[in-house]
Design a protein around this ligand. Structure first.
Ligand SMILES: Nc1nc2c(ncn2[C@@H]2O[C@H](COP(=O)(O)OP(=O)(O)OP(=O)(O)O)[C@@H](O)[C@H]2O)c(=O)[nH]1
Ligand SMILES: [Mg+2]
Ligand SMILES: [Zn+2]
Length: 354
């Protein structure tokens, strides 16, 4: 398998040239399990560890390898162990606010080209959650595709109703409904998958992400589990992220169902997800219009006229408010991280002087 087919495309070739390390070896991170990794190159997939120098110079956890990263590695023990000593810049990234009150970010995956947001047609279907995923994906500069799984559980009319609910929110991305049970829609998913491109499965526990992956692989390679009967929720069967290369050459990252999907707190994702509102806001009288009470606000005008879905508008306000809150806290945290990094560096310097 050529590195190019593993996703090492022109963008990374250019970064490699810029780095001046064209004679170094590179590999892609395919799995992360606490402190140990799997990396894959044109020949094999092997265990990998972080070099001491890497740990020493990392200023935050976000700089640690994540599934999808391209890394500079040294091979040891007859090419059976790799040491990661540097990472390539990330072309795209998926990250979310980590669980809990603190403003901590957690990387989910990097260098993903297309993210599948999977929602099942039963009680899991939820437009608010869908929008949150879209904000996160747009923020990471990744192309979203919505997958409505388990379409065998609903009637044709119910399914169409769900699709038009999504469209009513102004969401324009591709929507594919499918069922692994009766095979409908699977062909359409296959058509999205392209050689050398990286895909990611996102969605709540139990929506059928791993079941779909197993279908694409063609065998039961990974564990799946029944959803709980009483509330239809999943059991968090998949516990780590893993990049799998499919037979036809596309790569796909399965992820554990997320318990909490915090807002990633960056403006760009919101602006793209609510592009209809952004467009309208160009006609507001005031440049800093908040679209909540201002005279001459063209967003409010369209909401009042009923031409803009009110729920969609309210989601926009809510996510924007959250985003501003997190954005501030995030900058604050970045400042602290940076200070800490500088402190470590000055201590190192002092020690070398002694
Ligand atoms: N009716 C129906 N059930 C499905 C379909 N696809 C998956 N399931 C069932 O949904 C349950 C959960 O599937 P998983 O693939 O484990 O779900 P997951 O999204 O990987 O869940 P986590 O790993 O916990 O995040 C299993 O019992 C599957 O058999 C489908 O197309 N139709
Ligand atoms: Mg799973
Ligand atoms: Zn306005």
């Amino acid at each position: 398998m050529k590195l190019h087919n593993l996703g090492f495309n022109e963008w990374f070739i250019q970064k490699l040239q810029e780095s001046g390390k064209t004679d170094h070896r590179v590999a892609r991170v395919t799995s992360v399990n606490k402190g140990s990794y799997l990396v894959r190159n044109e020949d094999s997939e092997v265990l990998a560890e972080l070099a001491g120098e890497f740990i020493y110079s990392a200023e935050s956890k976000l700089q640690y390898p994540v599934v999808g990263d391209w890394a500079f590695v040294r091979y040891h023990n007859n090419n059976t162990l790799a040491i990661i000593y540097d990472l390539f810049p990330r072309k795209t990234m998926l990250r979310r606010k980590a669980a809990g009150k603190n403003i901590d970010y957690q990387m989910i995956a990097s260098n993903v080209d297309v993210a599948f947001i999977v929602q099942s047609c039963d009680s899991n279907f939820n437009l608010r959650r869908l929008e949150r995923y879209l904000v996160m994906i747009n923020d990471g500069h990744i192309h979203p595709v919505i997958l409505l799984s388990k379409s065998d559980l609903v009637s044709h009319e119910e399914l169409e109703g769900k699709v038009s609910e999504i469209r009513d929110m102004g969401i324009k991305c591709e929507i594919i409904s499918y069922s692994v049970n009766n095979g409908s829609g699977l062909q359409q998913i296959q058509q999205v998958l392209q050689l050398g491109m990286t895909y990611c499965l996102l969605g709540s526990s139990g929506v059928g992400k791993t079941t779909l992956l197993n279908h694409l692989i063609g065998r039961d390679a990974f564990e799946v589990n029944l959803v709980r009967e009483k509330d239809g929720r999943g059991r968090h069967t998949t516990s780590r992220r893993q990049l799998v290369v499919l037979g036809q050459g596309a790569m796909i990252i399965d992820t554990p169902g997320m318990r909490e999907l915090g807002n990633i707190g960056v403006k760009s994702g919101i602006e793209e997800s609510f592009s209809d509102i952004m467009k309208l806001s160009g006609n507001c009288r005031y440049k800093d219009c908040t679209h909540t009470h201002e005279v001459g606000c063209s967003v409010l005008k369209v909401v009042r006229s009923g031409r803009l879905n009110r729920a969609h508008y309210q989601d926009y306000l809510k996510l924007k408010k959250e985003s501003e809150h997190y954005q501030l806290s995030y900058l604050e945290k970045r400042r602290k991280d940076k200070k800490f990094g500088q402190f470590i560096k000055s201590v190192k310097k002092q020690n070398t002087k002694k």
